[in-house]
Design a protein around this ligand. Structure first.
Ligand code: SF4
Ligand code: ZN
Length: 287
């Protein structure tokens, strides 16, 4: 592990991995005894690794998977989640986009000027927020890791997106009992380390990437950071944790309005997800 300048055997690596999760949970006060935790799993290495580690650490979560209806990729993703549930002797709730919003992601994206991933991300967050409400959960954790967050931060710094920069903290507080607290316990681990852990634990994760992710700008920032990391081990950690140290603190700003359609907090009259869904339905009705 060049970024830590150390070599570990498989047993010690497992210990190290769970220690990093534990440190993130403690340092950022992610959970407590009152936490009713939902875990969004995609079928990829990160969320399955997180499920494995938390379960071994005795932290029970209610796993759910949002099936996006992206043909073969979504079928394979759901299968990976089901296999993981069997491996752990737990269950996973599958939520279909169409059941929640009455349309498939592809119908919502069609005709929208926004990028596929931007629409998909908005709809996924919307469904997740409604799902955790319906299931009385107050914390939701995701498998975002150090690479994801450092890449996103780099992009936001380049374009000075201050609103997003403020949301770099790995915990977003609960909003008035409506939106759950959002936590990222894998924040101290990078892609390389998670891949090793997944291999050691023989996790049945899906190796293919989402076919719609091609051209997503986050990949370019990630590739640039990988190149820097190769020559300067530890630079991703320095960028991300250095930023938290100097600009840190959770973003306490909460949107004042409630969406007139779904009732979730928003800065507008109708939230971005409900706006996209309404436009897509209008278009389909016109046809
Ligand atoms: Fe959705 Fe983009 Fe993620 Fe694919 S890569 S699941 S389209 S956000
Ligand atoms: Zn809404």
């Amino acid at each position: 592990m060049p970024s830590h300048n150390m070599r570990l055997c498989a047993d010690c690596f497992e210990f190290y991995f769970k220690r990093q999760v534990e440190k993130a949970l403690k340092k950022f006060s992610m959970i407590n005894l009152e936490s009713r935790i939902g875990l969004g799993i995609s079928g990829g290495k990160d969320s399955l690794a997180l499920w494995q580690a938390l379960t071994e650490m005795g932290i029970e979560t209610k796993a759910f998977h949002i099936n996006l209806g992206l043909e073969d990729f979504s079928i394979a993703s759901e299968n990976a989640c089901q296999k993981m549930a069997e491996k752990l002797g737990r269950s996973v709730n599958v939520v279909k986009v169409k059941d929640y919003v009455g349309l498939n992601i592809i119908d919502i994206v069609r005709g929208s000027k926004r990028q596929f991933c931007s629409v998909c991300g908005t709809i996924k967050r919307h469904i997740m927020n409604r799902y955790v409400q319906d299931n009385n959960l107050n914390v939701v954790c995701s498998g975002h890791n150090l690479d994801d967050e450092a890449s996103r931060l780099l992009g936001n710094l380049i374009y000075q997106r201050n609103d997003y920069i403020k949301r770099t903290w790995p915990v977003l507080p609960e909003t008035e009992g409506i939106l759950p607290k959002k936590i990222k316990p894998l924040i101290r681990l990078d892609n390389y380390e998670i891949r090793i852990y997944a291999k050691i634990k023989k996790l049945p994760y899906l190796k293919e990437k989402c076919p719609r992710s091609k051209g997503a700008t986050l990949h370019y920032y990630g590739a640039a950071l990988d190149q820097l990391e190769e020559n300067m081990p530890g630079i991703k950690r320095n960028l991300y944790f250095g930023h938290l140290k100097t600009n840190g603190g959770p973003n306490e700003e909460t949107p004042q309005n409630r969406c007139q359609v779904c009732g979730l907090p928003t800065r507008m009259e109708i939230c971005s997800a409900c706006g996209l869904i309404a436009k897509a339905k209008e278009r389909l009705n016109e046809k």
